[in-house]
Design a protein around this ligand. Structure first.
Ligand code: ADP
Length: 773
């Protein structure tokens, strides 16, 4: 055949519309035009060869020489298949590239004079460049085929395995559907490097178009879906309405309209619509209809997709915090840092502050200020005593009297989906057989899960991730550790009398005056009166009772003024007892006489630091040890250690060595109903024991704290700031603290440091020397 062709340079010509043939490429085309059919049929009768050449414009029906490209392919006809309507399907294989020198129109067929030309030039090429091109083309081809899931995998792997530039070119070119003009350009080019470069360019453009097409399709599909869905839902409603035609349907219709408008995901929307379907079918007076109606009303009242979207101004935030709270310098700094992070990244997740400290210290009001500074709605959720998981997560709606849980209720109350929610007293969550509320809480706080929080009542997921959560706790030790791990702890220390004075003067009094409709000129509370109220009517770490006392003064004053008994009232220290009754506390609660067996211990409780006297009495007996005053296990152990240690030093203090068989020892901590625990009473117990057994007095102006070892070493303790403050407030002169706590002195208030003498004890000997007379 090849031989034959070489002799003959004239072929029947076939003008291809929108396609280009290549040497070695097997392809088929449909012949429908008369001249094409004739050319094919006559060629088949002859040597079976035709000259395939693309026409420049597809629309041209009767192409002449000028309408055709010059370069084409001489191809062998492999098979023809006659189809109805005078169409012939022709299968050909390209043989070689040829350039048309002239074209003659025979009337019923076209004849082309051609010259054979090589497909690839023999010029040398840069191997590295070719390699790079091969890789590029493969990459693009892979992306290209990803748009055609039906392309056989074998084809792709065959192409990917190709490293020969020519073979790769052919494999890719024959299997890609690129524009015929580009294909013609590729046919005309003979340099393999340029051929591959062009191929890569054309294919990349094709991929880009495909990507765009995909995107457009997706968008139109979505808009059609949404439109159709709404249409369908409305249509369905219209039919129900026609059938029933009464007010209830109007109600259901309204519900549907609202659901359709809700900013909610499709799945949830479908679920809600299904509920309205059920509602439409139920008699309106039925219990079930009531349940569904209540359910839908509750869901609709939630702030789906509603956001406050305010920017935080750091200057404003600082002003708000400073204006509303006295002192708390470190706490404010930490909060401003937290706000700064929020300003830089408003979408930051998983930042949960836990404000920890005794009651009345300002945790709740600080949280409210944070919400104000962030421009968020503020809602407080009290967790104290919550023991049922359903409190957090709601009851299923089929349950009688079911309601959403506290979190969703808070969302409804806020009216926006990005409020600041204060989870108050998170340390008071309890778990029992009704389920573990802390695990539900964990889900609320976990930034991975809370974007689709499921309340049992609401059923459809709600996004909590935009809300800011702040928690408060009195005792961090009671927070379940998985919860604590998620929180950033900010501890609020107890206030000194000095701080309380300023808080009362600058904040509590103006606030209470306002609440009782009084003007500053009508009621004046003198500074010394404030001091007296703090000292004799309150004993607390915070200022809650102080505020109550002030409120009580305001109430009484308001009454007097309203009754016309006075116009202006001024309360001084000497008047306070008249207004508030006799002193509730004495300034000095600790024992004011040096006594045997009574020692001032320093303790740290939920209400802050206190001075806790400890009493020991040793009586003739048989060696029993009695411990009373609600002492915890750790304290009981301290007592045992103390007894053993005292035995070891009995000689030094003239104590009968056999006391533990001859004497009954009673250890008691007054205020018996208040539970006390912790190891820091070790030194106090030992001192009281030594005093009781040796019959030597203990100084009443000394207070102490410290854990002990069997060998009489004194170990460090916590809460130094609060404990020493309590000592100071109660008029103690000297405090004995463990030597290892010396660095903590930095946290202790200057007023306390200046008025107390500190003894740093390394061993019990140091303690006893300073306390026992
Ligand atoms: P907590 O939540 O810690 O129990 P609250 O926030 O309820 O305490 O505080 C009790 C009262 O004391 C509130 O009226 C609060 O405004 C006020 N208060 C507490 N600390 C300060 C402070 N540093 N400056 C001004 N007012 C304070």
């Amino acid at each position: 055949m090849e031989q034959n062709n070489k002799k003959s340079n004239t072929f029947y010509a076939v003008a291809l519309k929108g396609m280009v043939a290549y040497p070695k490429m097997v392809m088929h085309f449909d012949a429908a035009r008369e001249k094409t059919i004739n050319a094919v049929e006559r060629a088949v009768k002859g040597d079976g060869y035709v000259f395939l050449v693309a026409q420049e414009e597809i629309e041209v029906e009767k192409p002449t020489e000028k309408d055709l490209f010059k370069v084409g392919v001489v191809a062998e006809i492999k098979q023809i298949l006659k189809l109805p309507d005078n169409v012939v399907k022709v299968l050909v294989e390209g043989m070689y590239r040829a350039e048309m020198t002239s074209l003659t129109d025979e009337g019923d067929v076209l004849l082309a004079q051609v010259k054979r030309v090589p497909t690839y030039s023999r010029s040398k090429y840069n191997e590295l460049e070719a390699e790079a091109l091969v890789r590029t083309v493969k990459d693009i081809f892979e992306r290209y085929t990803s748009f055609f899931p039906k392309i056989p995998r074998e084809l792709l792997s065959a192409v990917m395995a190709q490293s020969n530039p020519v073979k790769l070119f052919e494999a890719v070119c024959f299997n890609s559907n690129i524009n015929y003009r580009d294909k013609q350009t590729l046919l005309e080019e003979t340099n393999i490097i340029r051929k591959l470069t062009l191929l890569a360019t054309f294919l990349a453009a094709e991929v880009e178009i495909l990507e765009l097409e995909n995107e457009i399709n997706e968008q139109t599909r979505m808009s059609i879906d949404k439109g159709q869905r709404e249409f369908y839902l409305r249509e369905q409603m219209r039919i129900i309405q026609e059938q029933l035609g009464d007010d209830e349907v109007d109600e259901v219709y309204e519900l549907r309209e609202k659901i359709i408008k809700l900013k909610i995901d499709e799945k949830s929307r479908d679920k809600l619509i299904r509920e309205t379907d059920r509602l439409a079918k139920l008699p309106s007076a039925s219990q079930e209809a009531f349940v569904i109606k209540n359910y839908l009303d509750t869901v609709l009242s939630l702030p789906w997709g509603k956001y406050t979207k305010t920017k935080i101004s750091m200057d404003k935030a600082e002003t708000i915090l400073d204006d509303e709270h006295y002192g708390l310098k470190k706490v404010k700094e930490r909060i401003l840092e937290f706000l700064a992070v929020h300003t830089l990244n408003p979408d930051i997740k998983g930042q949960i502050i836990c404000l920890a400290g005794p009651p009345g210290i300002g945790k709740t009001s600080i949280a409210r200020s944070i919400a104000k500074a962030m421009g968020r709605k503020y809602v407080r959720v009290s967790l104290g005593g919550v023991r049922d998981e359903a409190d957090i997560r709601g009851h299923r709606k089929t349950y009688v009297g079911a309601m959403p849980g506290r979190i969703m209720a808070a969302m409804e109350q806020a009216g926006t989906a990005d409020p600041m929610i204060l989870l108050d007293e998170i340390d008071k969550l309890c778990s029992d057989i009704k389920g573990d509320p802390s695990s539900a809480m964990l889900e609320v706080l976990d930034s991975e899960q809370n974007c689709a929080f499921r309340d049992h009542f609401i059923e459809v997921p709600f996004d909590l991730s935009k809300a800011v959560f702040i928690t408060t706790a009195n005792d961090v030790g009671n927070i379940p550790s998985p919860l604590l791990d998620r929180m950033e702890l900010i501890e609020l220390p107890s206030y000194t009398a000095e701080e309380k004075f300023h808080i009362a003067k600058d904040h509590l009094i103006p606030k209470q005056l306002g609440e009782h409709g009084l003007k500053g000129t009508q009621l004046k509370i003198a500074d010394d009166a404030i001091d007296d109220i703090i000292a004799y009517y309150t004993r607390e770490a915070g200022v809650r009772n102080l505020e109550r006392r002030i409120a009580s003064l305001c109430r009484k004053a308001a009454k007097k003024i309203a009754d016309g008994d006075a116009k202006r009232i001024s309360i001084k220290a000497k008047d306070v007892e008249k207004w508030l009754g006799v002193h509730k506390y004495t300034r000095d609660l600790s024992s004011d006489k040096d006594q045997v067996g009574v020692v001032n211990g320093l303790a740290w409780t939920a209400v802050g630091g206190t001075v806790m006297p400890l009493e020991v009495l040793a009586l003739e007996g048989t060696g029993k040890i009695e411990i009373t005053g609600s002492l915890g296990d750790v304290m009981k152990e301290s007592a045992k250690i103390a007894v053993t240690y005292v035995r070891s030093i009995a000689d030094k203090y003239g104590i009968d060595k056999e006391f533990f068989t001859k004497k009954d020892i009673h250890i008691h901590a007054p205020e018996g109903a208040v539970p006390k625990d912790g190891p820091s009473a070790g030194v106090t117990m030992t001192t009281a024991l030594v005093s009781a057994l040796s019959d030597r007095k203990v100084r009443s102006d000394v207070a102490m704290t410290g854990e002990i070892t069997l060998h009489g070493k004194v170990l460090p303790i916590g809460g130094l700031r609060e404990k020493t403050m309590a000592a100071y407030k109660l008029g103690i002169k000297k405090v004995i603290i463990p030597i290892d706590n010396k660095p903590d002195l930095e946290e202790v208030d200057d007023a306390v440091k200046n008025n107390l003498e500190f003894v740093f004890a390394e061993t019990l000997t140091n303690v006893l020397e300073n306390a026992i007379i």
